[in-house]
Design a protein around this ligand. Structure first.
Ligand SMILES: Nc1ncnc2c1ncn2[C@@H]1O[C@H](COP(=O)(O)OP(=O)(O)OP(=O)(O)O)[C@@H](O)[C@H]1O
Length: 595
């Protein structure tokens, strides 16, 4: 046996009025929306019908109720029962349930928001389709009365009265109502009067005025943006997506916006404000852009406080992203100075875009300074000098290798920041392998000179005497001659050594065939995972070769290792910290003991 769901009206009213909307303030929007829709419906029948919305706030009426009157299409007695008194029923959808063009409402629940501030709603209406005037009164408990009262109202249209809740009176006062009407309805095509004064202007601020040049419009928009945000935008870009009746302006923020900041945009739908914290209108990379737009076809969620995330919104997001990007490319062609300013303010978003967009990549290549051994230089300039961009993908490694590379006349680029490596990879994909190449620290070794043999063998014997001090740190000593002279030693990772150690660990418990294969792969070369490259030009290293006390040799070698480790900013393992303490205290001891 089948049953029909029962509905507890009081519960529904509570749910919709208190939990759908985030604040009681939306009651103004819902009433305005109904008044404007009613006028739209009447004008479909009679284009010359008056278009008036008048609001008398509760502190301006003798009986303390808020009154809103419209010259709209009105409702017949049957419509009052069917539309006003049935939850979810609306006159703003067609027979197939699609939203009717030109109407703001669509869900058939908005009227209930009046219960956020009112304990009773009274409505008097006369329909444009004839019939007597009707009174409808509803209270928050979910009961309503309908009375036919032809004397209640002479003209076609509707007047709604809200009897304030005891603790919601301030929401219905003149100042509040005027502020809310202007906030939500400023762009509405129908002028709304509050206490006899117009509270809306009806103009889309971004529409070009007849006497205005493009430059004037931009200037006015930048002023408008400053009024909205409290700071002067970098630029204002006109945007338009005709397929969804969208027009507006995208403001490029000046600087200091964090890439993690949520983008939020001011969105109007059919000229009624949805909100100024609406998300998802632009791609994530455009975090430095804020839009103000109006659309006739994007869909709101039922609360009308955000946009419905559908295919259309995704398509609009792509299109708006494209328009911002095109503006950037245009800016680059017409005003390079400003482009470079913009890039330095918002490099992260633009870099992220460059990973998949060739024009953006060229822009980044041309303008964005990268840290290099020659200072902050754009990629293109660096390529012009060095042919190939040699880079290290790690900031600390760059800091360590840069002075050495620089002294040898090798240009090195720091690709250790977000998206750098991907950008360089893309450059290689476009321009070929000659464009950029990652440098392994070991490669730098090959560029360094070998020391003079006599000194080398002397130093090596000292190192041999120092016994296993470097072995303990899984490190092998390498001797080279290089600049800067002031740098005694350089610690680099030995990729081959690391691979060998991993292979050994794996082969311990791998099947014999696999182990053999691995060992073959890493058979030759050193096993240590780090190399301490001693600079034979450095005075301290030179003195090291001449030391006769093996304990002092060991102490010096370990101190040089720890110093190089600190320089390389590698994470300190417990045994490294122990070595640091040991060598530091021992050096101190010797220094103090000598006195
Ligand atoms: N001022 C008015 N004049 C004429 N009809 C009205 C008026 N206010 C409400 N109505 C009728 O009552 C119906 C229900 O209104 P309600 O505000 O609850 O929902 P809606 O406007 O249809 O949709 P939404 O929930 O999206 O606002 C409307 O569809 C409309 O037919």
């Amino acid at each position: 046996m089948s049953h029909t769901f029962g509905v507890d009206l009081r519960g529904m009213i509570d749910l919709l009025s208190h939990h759908l909307y985030s604040s009681p303030r939306v009651y103004v929007r819902e009433l305005l929306q109904n008044a404007v829709d009613a006028i739209t419906a009447r004008r479909e029948l009679d284009p010359d019908a008056p278009a008036e919305v008048l609001i008398e706030p509760s502190d301006a009426t003798a009986d303390g109720v808020l009154r809103i009157s419209d010259s709209g299409v009105g409702l017949s007695e049957r419509e009052v029962h069917e539309l006003l008194s049935t939850l979810g029923r609306t006159s703003k959808r067609d027979d197939l349930g699609f939203t009717r063009q030109g109407f703001l409402g669509q869900f058939g629940v908005g009227m209930l928001s009046a219960f956020l501030v009112a304990e009773e709603i009274r409505l008097v209406t006369r329909s444009a389709s004839g019939g007597p005037a009707v009174r409808w009164t509803a209270d928050a408990s979910g009961s309503y009365r309908v009375v036919v009262d032809d004397g209640a109202r002479a003209e076609v249209g509707t007047t709604i009265e809200l009897v304030p809740n005891r603790d919601a009176e301030h929401w219905l006062s003149a100042d509040m109502v005027r502020a809310l009407v202007t906030e939500y309805g400023d762009l509405l095509p129908v002028t709304v009067h509050v206490a006899g004064e117009p509270a809306t202007s009806g103009d889309l601020p971004w529409s070009r005025r007849s006497d205005e040049t493009g430059a004037d419009l931009t200037e006015r928009m930048v002023d408008y943006g400053e009024g909205l945000f409290g700071f002067r935008p970098f630029d204002a870009i006109p945007i338009e997506v005709p397929t969804v009746g969208l027009t507006g302006v995208a403001f490029v923020l000046p600087e200091g916006v964090h890439p993690g900041t949520r983008q939020s945009h001011r969105v109007y739908l059919k000229r009624m404000l949805v909100g100024d914290g609406v998300e998802g209108l632009l791609p994530d990379w455009a975090y430095f852009v804020r839009c103000v737009v109006d659309s006739s076809a994007l869909r709101p969620t039922a609360s009308r406080e955000s946009l419905y995330q559908d295919e259309t919104l995704l398509a609009v997001r792509d299109e708006l992203g494209k328009q911002v990007r095109d503006w950037l490319v245009r800016l680059d062609a017409t005003d390079p100075e400003r482009t470079s300013q913009l890039l330095s303010a918002h490099h992260l978003g633009i870099k992220s875009l460059a990973r998949a967009d060739d024009e953006m990549l060229r822009l980044v290549e041309r303008w964005l300074p990268f840290e290099t051994t020659e200072g902050a230089v754009p990629l293109r300039q660096f390529r012009r000098v060095h042919g190939t961009v040699l880079y290290v993908p790690n900031v600390d490694e760059f800091r360590q290798l840069a002075p050495v590379a620089q002294a040898q006349g090798i240009g090195l680029l720091n690709a250790g920041y977000a998206y750098d490596v991907e950008i360089l990879d893309r450059l290689v994909a476009l321009d070929g392998a000659v464009a950029a190449r990652q440098v392994r620290p070991g490669e730098l070794l090959a560029a360094l000179d070998h020391p003079e043999p006599l000194f080398d063998s002397e130093l090596r014997s000292r190192l041999a005497e120092a016994g296993g001090v470097l072995d303990r740190h899984d490190c092998e000593a390498v001797t080279r001659d290089f600049d800067p002279v002031s740098l005694p030693a350089l610690l680099i990772t030995n990729v081959a050594g690391e691979r060998k150690r991993d292979a050994e660990e794996i082969s311990d418990d791998a099947d014999p065939l696999w182990a053999e294969l691995l060992n073959e792969l890493v058979a030759e070369e050193s096993t240590a995972s780090q190399q301490l490259v001693l600079n034979c030009r450095n005075p301290l290293v030179r003195r090291l070769a001449a030391l006769s006390d093996p304990a002092l040799v060991e102490l010096t070698v370990e101190s040089l290792y720890v110093h190089a480790l600190l320089q390389a900013r590698r994470p300190m393992r417990p045994k490294d910290t122990a070595a640091l303490n040991r060598s530091f205290l021992e050096l101190l001891n010797r220094a103090v003991g000598d006195r």
